[in-house]
Design a protein around this ligand. Structure first.
Ligand SMILES: Cc1ncc(COP(=O)(O)O)c(C=O)c1O
Length: 415
């Protein structure tokens, strides 16, 4: 893909686009929510469908000329149904947050009660943080992970639900390294006569590939991102049983969105098609194996992993036990200088702030897309550790940066 046409008309934007491609090629993307889509997905996303208004749903649009918009949306829906086994799928949410908004709007009234995981314990803003609409429109209480084990405190959640009497319980998380027991949370939701929304934003691809338990057919609603562990371009998705289909669709359009981003829906269709290829299962398995290898090696260096390991695509490192004076932000910045891009993250029992937390979160979806295996991830863990141990040492950062240059040359990405 070239930006020659953009360059002719708008060199400033072309510089930024080429800069970003070079940045992705030349660094290791370890933000757990990021991945690299195929050229085919990017081509679909930059198609003429960006020009098309298609308010409504396939076969029932408010505008003419929607035959090809219908084609791509139907393909995206059919493929999603095949991937996740869902009865009903809405592929129009512009993002994971909007998918969650769609579910809330479908079944909650303002003032209704949400019970969700605390943000500093791995939850997400759209699960009811005061800075997000969900925290402003609904009454929210939050459950936590067990302070000792780092696993969801399922018993505490059940007690909390009995006490709080929520209208909806949200499971699925942003920074939780362990398998989620959706069935157990469903039992709690049933006992509380509450809906259950399983937000699988992070593990959408792992669930599709069968390497994480699926909440589809268990929870009332399942939302997801289409750009994290699955490579279908930025966006969101909602899955539910047929009985909620009309309410969910109405909550997305006209409830909270206007015309769908049909070029992104086309990207989703292409990315879902790629994920139906048997190779995708191997990719998802490798992503998890890589995260385990990364985590094991970080532990061998003496770093503390929240929950003592990982079952999925990410590890969460609590820096406090091994490096009490080092903040996640300092490590994030030093690693970025070395070409390893991950993020500082709060950890359960956080004693600093969300802006300068005590942990780092590292994911393997993007490295796995580049072809990294367990050995390569163990080496990346060594590089991360070198910087964690000496974030202010420019020589160490430069040496790690040199090795990152070699690795990014070896594991090529975009032409
Ligand atoms: C659990 C969870 N839900 C929702 C989202 C929101 O996704 P988006 O950024 O597409 O709105 C995220 C993003 O990381 C997430 O981790």
């Amino acid at each position: 893909m070239t930006y020659d046409t953009v360059r002719e008309t708008d060199p400033a934007v072309a510089d930024a686009l080429e800069g970003e491609r070079a940045r992705q090629n030349d660094t290791l993307a370890m933000i757990a929510s990021e991945n690299h889509v195929s050229e085919a997905v990017m081509e679909a996303q930059s198609s003429e469908l960006t020009n098309k208004y298609a308010e409504g749903y396939p076969g029932e649009r408010y505008y003419g000329g929607c035959e090809y918009a219908d084609d791509v949306e139907e393909l995206a829906i059919e493929r999603a149904q095949e991937l996740w086994g869902a009865d009903h799928v809405n592929v129009q949410p512009h993002s994971g947050s909007q998918a969650n908004m769609g579910v809330y709007l479908a079944v909650l009234d303002p003032g209704d009660k949400i019970l969700s995981l605390d943000l500093t314990h791995g939850g997400h803003l759209s699960h009811g943080h005061p800075a997000n609409f969900a925290g402003q429109v609904y009454e929210v209480e939050q459950y936590e992970v067990d302070a000792e084990t780092g696993y969801i405190d399922y018993e505490g959640l059940a007690d909390h639900a009995e006490e709080f009497d929520p209208d909806i319980i949200v499971s699925g998380y942003s920074a939780y390294p362990r398998e989620v027991d959706f069935e157990r949370i469903q039992e709690t939701a049933d006992a509380a006569d509450a809906y259950h929304l399983a937000d699988i934003a992070h593990i959408t691809g792992l669930v599709a590939a069968g390497v994480h338990e699926s909440p589809v057919g268990v929870a009332d609603f399942v939302t997801g991102s289409t750009h994290k562990t699955i490579r279908a371009g930025r966006g969101g998705i909602i899955m539910c049983e047929e009985e909620y289909a009309d309410d969910v669709d109405a909550a997305v359009f006209p409830g909270s969105q206007g015309g769908p981003l049909m070029h992104n829906v086309a990207g989703k269709a292409v990315g879902f098609g790629e994920a139906l290829d048997p190779e995708f299962e191997a990719y998802a398995e490798q992503t998890v194996a890589n995260a385990k290898a990364l985590g094991d090696r970080l532990q061998e260096h003496g770093l503390d992993l929240v929950s003592d390991g990982t079952d999925n695509h990410l590890v969460l490192v609590d820096l406090r036990p091994s490096h009490p004076d080092t903040t996640g932000k300092a490590v994030e910045e030093a690693l970025e200088d070395a070409g390893i891009v991950l993020n500082a993250n709060t950890v359960p029992g956080e004693t600093r702030s969300a802006f300068n937390p005590s942990g780092i979160r590292a994911g393997t979806p993007a490295l796995t897309t580049r072809g990294f295996d367990e050995d390569a991830c163990r080496e990346v863990a060594d590089l991360i550790y070198d910087v964690v141990d000496a974030p202010g040492d420019e020589d160490v950062v430069a040496k790690v940066g040199d090795r990152v240059d070699e690795l990014t040359d070896e594991y090529t990405l975009y032409e």
